[in-house]
Design a protein around this ligand. Sequence first.
Ligand code: ITT
Length: 186
Amino acid sequence: MKMKMIFVTSNSGKVEEAKKYFFPLGVQVVQKKIEYPEIQANTLEEVAEFGINWLKDRIESPFFLDDSGLFIDALKGFPGVYSAYVYKTLGNDGILKLLKGVENRKAHFKSVVAYYDGELHIFTGKTRGKILHEKRGTGGFGFDPIFQPKGFNKTFAEMTTEEKNRISHRGKAFKVFSEWLKENLI
Ligand code: ITT
């Protein structure tokens, strides 16, 4: 398969993951940085769908975007849909502070990848794990240094992009996405 897909995102960490994932499948991923409105909504799916509808008349298809978030059990799912804002304001240190003395460290990441080719297609992935008591590792981006996926002794920030892609929320969403692409397009 030989095709090109536009990934609308300002986050170069996401692009790195997508390139590493799709390149071996013969799909070229090209980043396009266009700020699109991220509405306040209850689910990542709604945020992603609004973004697609806003972008579809402004850029050429096919393109995709990713809306993701970190959901912490002890904080009733916070920061969830507010993850980007919370990362910018509180950061990893702020999250660690919020969880000081909190025993239940369970959390999960969720990723919603929305693809538009004249129609909207949504692919999701989820990875469970826990929030550590301190930051570890320098790879990845965002909340990676404080998140340790279940069954591993390393944080996402201590993994290579390939390792993270194999088990991450976004890697899982990309997998479903690529299987769909294989069946439907290429
Ligand atoms: P976009 O331009 O693609 O929207 P963004 O970084 O603002 O880039 P989101 O709106 O999806 O991304 O916000 C998700 C937030 O959660 C953001 O702060 C990310 O850093 C963080 N996040 C998402 N996926 C992550 C991952 O795999 N590892 C660590 N943090 C992640």
